[in-house]
Design a protein around this ligand. Structure first.
Ligand code: FE2
Length: 469
């Protein structure tokens, strides 16, 4: 055996036996009643690079030395001097320390073997053992113990996250029964730990069958994210919640379960509703201000808003996007507030200078709105409502992909409404010429998806009574 034996571990990973990756010697406590054997062991281990923290001849001494020197491993003989056996000393040490223990003994009767198993030793080496076998067993025991410690630390960290999370975290079985949950879940449900454990998640969720829909979705898609449900609390109050969950295999019970997070979004939703309410109020005031100065387009913005909303809904856009489109459409002509009302209400066709002035209204609208912080780019949508997908619009001459979808929808609704309705300089033309203009401009001036959605609405007669035939 050389000064530092090399032990192979993995294909390209070699470590120095007796030392850790930093070169610090691993520390061993020898418990051996025979001083001669103990001295031999000392020599073998020292040559292999280990540090010996002490040599004990009795169980009592072993316990004391373990506490004082905190070795990385104990080599424990079973028959010792003093009152205790090695097994008894190990049992005592194991009460306070996870240190790995390797037994070395000449006695291998069944009773001894059964007794030593109770102390969860790493290994048992029967004397006389081979030195090489001894060194490899020691190395494996120290490695395994370090790995175990890391694992325990990571479990501890995970447990800390689980316990201290503000969000409710749960693990439930396939029947919805709780297997584990944190204190935030009890805060959310309003039940104490015992009562929560006695319930099922499926009983708490509304509408009925939500739990089944959630598990079905997890089974087919692997997980659910921000799935919206309502949760009935102990007192009967119902909270709006989002669940993010996935399935989990639990080895102990050899079964799949579901683990997830429930986030209570009731307060957030209420404040968003309040915010939307306030924004709607502000927008209505602005719309009324424009319309007070421009009686001929009275109702135009409101009708464009209704039409834009119908198109957006037909396109299957999400509810918050539909809301934003409706609000932007309500004030898309806000910039007209700066155009002289004689021009806006002129009963004859506009000359070039007058038309140029009219064309400034998207920019003016943008300038008025741009410094107000709305939760979406209201100013930008208003700015772009006269842009056309082929770049023939104004004021920026943007092309399709650079124009907000919101503006592309409003522009179609705007053209349809303007053509179909009465104007100062002409009577209402009805829906037919408007439909013709929109169809003609499909995929050039107007976004084809928006046009198609609009045509579907006409086909379904969803606009009857709203636009003149
Ligand atoms: Fe406009």
């Amino acid at each position: 055996m050389g000064e530092r034996a090399i032990v192979a571990r993995g294909d390209n990973h070699r470590i120095l036996q007796g030392k850790d990756v930093n070169g610090t010697p691993k520390r061993i406590l020898i418990v051996e009643d025979s001083l001669i054997v103990a001295m031999e062991l000392r020599e073998i281990l020292k040559r292999a690079g280990y540090e010996i923290t002490g040599t004990a001849v009795s169980g009592e001494e072993a316990i004391e030395l373990q506490r004082e020197t905190q070795p990385d491993l104990i080599l424990m003989d079973i028959m010792l001097q003093g009152q205790m056996t090695g097994i008894e000393a190990s049992a005592e040490i194991k009460k306070t320390s996870p240190v790995p223990i390797i037994y070395t003994t000449a006695y291998s009767d069944e009773e001894t073997l059964n007794d030593l198993k109770l102390t969860d030793p790493f290994a048992y080496l029967k004397k006389p053992y081979d030195n090489k076998e001894l060194l490899i067993t020691i190395e494996l025991a120290i490695e395994r113990s370090a790995y175990q410690r890391k694992l325990t630390a990571s479990e501890f960290k995970y447990r800390g996250l689980f316990d201290n999370s503000v969000d409710a975290i749960f693990i439930v079985g396939r029947d919805g029964r709780f297997i584990d949950f944190n204190i935030s879940l009890t805060r959310l449900t309003g039940y104490n730990r015992e009562d929560t454990a006695a319930q099922t998640l499926s009983e708490m969720l509304e509408p009925e069958g939500s739990f089944g829909s959630i598990t079905e979705k997890i089974e087919s898609e692997g997980m659910i994210r921000d799935y919206e449900v309502r949760l009935r609390q102990k007192g009967g109050e119902v909270r709006d919640c989002q669940i993010t969950a996935t399935s989990l295999y639990i080895e102990d019970v050899n079964s799949f379960a579901y683990q997830g997070i429930i986030r209570d979004i009731t307060d957030l939703r209420r404040s968003l509703e309040l915010q939307n309410h306030l924004i709607s109020g502000i927008i209505q005031v602005m719309a009324a201000t424009v319309e007070a100065r421009d009686p001929y387009t009275a109702g135009h913005q409101e009708r464009v808003a209704i039409l834009s909303e119908l198109i957006a809904r037909e396109m299957g856009l999400p509810e918050d996007k539909i809301n934003e489109i409706r609000m932007a459409a309500m004030i898309h002509d806000l910039g007209k507030i700066h155009i002289p009302s004689e021009i806006l209400s002129k009963p004859t066709k506009l000359n070039d200078t007058e038309f140029e002035l009219i064309m400034t209204h998207p920019t003016i609208g943008y300038e008025i709105l741009k410094d107000v912080e709305f939760p979406f780019d209201l100013a930008g949508i208003v700015y772009q409502h006269h842009e056309r997908c082929d770049g023939s619009g104004y004021p920026l001459k943007l092309k399709k992909d650079d124009i907000y979808l919101e503006s592309r929808i409003i522009s179609v609704a705007d053209v349809v409404e303007a053509m179909a309705s009465h104007r100062p300089y002409r009577p209402a033309q009805g829906i037919k010429p408007a439909l013709e203009e929109i169809r003609k401009g499909r995929a050039s001036r107007y976004d084809e998806e928006v046009v198609d959605a609009f045509c579907r609405l006409v086909q379904k007669k969803a606009l009857d009574g709203f636009l003149v035939e």
